[in-house]
Design a protein around this ligand. Structure first.
Ligand SMILES: [Mg+2]
Length: 307
């Protein structure tokens, strides 16, 4: 069977079976070391798959760190240390230095540190980051409880619109377009929500494959159903403008767009903190699957082997 047949998530299930691991299945692996819980995760950026060489090198470095931090904060942790493995074609040293400027900037922003790595030659640029975080309390995706409110942070769908704009290769971009492009090139992990998630959330994950796909994963993992309310899903003014100009539906982008790196988490409604970026978008109900308003939905998220 080809990977494109089994799909990304089918493959992960297969490998999980093979390893017979009960830990695999969240954004990070929580492990007890002494008295603390450390969170391990890794995420890879591959040239021509996740980025093009024409993108600013510093943005690729920033993103490589951010996507890993996103997994750590999604599970209620704070990032500590990172290892960076690079596969490098023969290229300008300056490019690699700029890549590392982006990595360094991101680490300063998130309060973590690169402590080592590995380099190999190869055909295409690959940036693989391994990250270790620390959590007072680990919060995974398998523990959403019936009756809780479902929250998301920020706005959704911007990164996909940004990617589409980049691919248009326009000679110049308007301000709102540049802001969408920035959301794709330099996503910011929600480190501002890490403590809230660790303190109050029952279940949490980051939104990397699209809200509908990720909410369904949470529902499945928790053995519940999730109902989302379409009018509550947060959409930016920039995305609305983009959709107006291109005759698209912002809700479609918010539900199916990937790489937002916002958070999806559940807890009782009363814990809503109006000073944090958290919008109630739905509820956890009995049953299985995902509902949009009253209608069951088949999610259209991102799958690495089905492009
Ligand atoms: Mg994730």
């Amino acid at each position: 069977m080809k990977l494109s047949e089994i799909g990304e998530f089918g493959l992960i299930e297969r490998l999980k079976e093979l390893l017979n691991s009960s830990i695999i299945g969240d954004d990070t692996a929580p492990l007890s070391v002494g008295n603390t819980t450390v969170l391990l995760t890794c995420d890879i950026l591959v040239q021509d798959r996740h980025f093009k060489l024409s993108y600013p090198a510093s943005a690729i470095g920033w993103k490589a760190i951010s996507v890993n931090v996103s997994d750590v904060v999604a599970n209620g942790g704070l990032p500590k240390y990172a290892l960076v493995s690079l596969v490098l074609p023969d290229m300008e040293l300056k490019y690699v230095e700029e890549l590392y400027e982006g990595i360094k900037k991101a680490c300063e922003f998130y309060g973590c540190e690169v402590v080592g790595g590995n380099v190999s030659g190869g055909e295409r640029l690959i940036v693989d980051v391994f990250m270790l975080g620390q959590a007072e309390r680990f919060v995974g995706r398998r523990s959403a409880r019936v009756g809780e409110t479902v929250f998301v942070s920020g706005t959704l769908g911007d990164a996909r619109a940004g990617l589409e704009l980049l691919l248009m290769e326009k000679r110049s971009y308007e301000d709102f377009e540049l802001r969408l492009i920035e959301r794709h090139l330099r996503p910011t992990a929600r480190i501002d929500l890490a403590r809230h998630v660790s303190k109050y959330a029952s279940a949490s994950m980051d939104i990397s494959d699209g809200l509908s796909s990720d909410a369904l994963k949470m529902a499945k993992a928790s053995g519940v159903a999730i109902k989302l309310y379409s009018e509550k899903v947060p959409v930016s003014l920039e995305l609305r403008e983009f959709c107006k100009r291109h005759g698209k539906d912002p809700l479609e982008y918010a539900l199916a767009g990937g790489e937002d790196y916002e958070l999806l988490f559940t807890h009782v409604f009363e814990r809503l903190n109006p000073f944090l970026s958290m919008i109630p978008v739905g509820v956890v109900i009995e049953g299985e699957g995902l509902y949009l308003d009253e209608i069951p939905v088949e999610p259209k998220g991102f799958d690495h082997f089905r492009l």
